[in-house]
Design a protein around this ligand. Structure first.
Ligand SMILES: Nc1ncnc2c1ncn2[C@@H]1O[C@H](COP(=O)(O)OP(=O)(O)O)[C@@H](O)[C@H]1O
Ligand SMILES: [Mg+2]
Length: 225
């Protein structure tokens, strides 16, 4: 039996400034566990806006959203933040690593925030993820001492720290050269194949999207079928 990790039903969203503008129209789709899904479409078609809603950070929309079969309707900010910390890992175009912390502490941060495991356990897991990503030797460096590709691998390790149900990425390779983009793709693919990790990645790199399990194409705020 297939397992739905995420389900969006008839999502509409408007912006009102400077004029009323429907940015998302009737977005309906679901994502099965263990699939690697990409969202593609021209700049301005609504990809980031959609991802912001799916990741529970924006609650100003119409329609229904389920994560892990749980409706997000009418949840408080604290409840949404709990869902986010526990079930979603994020990888953005810019890594948002904290310069004051070394790599290890950066990776541990969402684990400390969730507060589900002891600090020792979180550190242990962080080291394991850095090993998986081949950057354990960088653990004590600060982000500004790393290359772009290494920073993005640290961001992936950080996204993995709470064993998320789904990893979401907004242009995670947007700032990388071809070699590092391929590396990030290969890491995602391996996480999907070997750990049944579910991934939802916004990209406008066709080389990237064509190699994912499923492509969702958007145009003018709608999903093309
Ligand atoms: N806060 C905002 N207020 C008004 N319009 C916005 C806002 N954010 C994005 N938009 C507009 O919504 C559309 C979709 O933006 P976005 O989701 O960022 O597109 P994409 O990620 O596909 O490039 C664009 O036309 C953009 O100008
Ligand atoms: Mg965008």
């Amino acid at each position: 039996m297939s397992e739905k990790v995420l389900e969006a039903i008839a999502i509409n969203k408007y912006f009102f400034d400077p004029v009323k503008f429907q940015v998302l129209s009737d977005i309906t789709f679901s994502i099965e566990k263990g699939t690697f899904v990409s969202i593609v479409g021209k700049s301005g078609c609504g990809k980031s806006t959609l991802l912001y809603i799916l990741s529970t950070m924006d609650t100003d929309y119409e329609g229904q959203l389920f994560i892990d079969n749980q409706s997000l309707y009418n949840k408080t900010n604290a409840e949404l933040s709990q869902v986010r910390n526990e079930k979603i890992g994020f990888v953005f175009q810019f890594h948002y690593l904290i310069e004051e912390f070394n790599v290890l502490r950066n990776v541990m941060l969402p684990g400390m925030k969730l507060g589900k495991f002891s600090e020792q356990e979180i550190e242990h897991r962080a080291i394991r993820h850095l090993e998986t990503l081949g950057i354990q030797d960088q653990a004590l460096k600060h982000p500004n001492q790393l290359s772009g590709g290494q920073k993005q691998r640290v961001a992936i390790a950080r996204a993995l720290i709470n064993d998320p149900l789904i990893i979401m990425g907004d242009e995670p390779t947007g700032n990388l050269d071809k070699k590092n983009s391929d590396l990030v793709f290969d890491i995602f693919k391996e996480l999907c194949q070997e750990k049944k990790q579910t991934l939802l990645v916004v990209t406008h790199d066709p080389d990237f999207s064509q190699r994912t399990d499923r492509i969702i194409e958007m145009q003018d705020g709608k999903i093309l079928v």
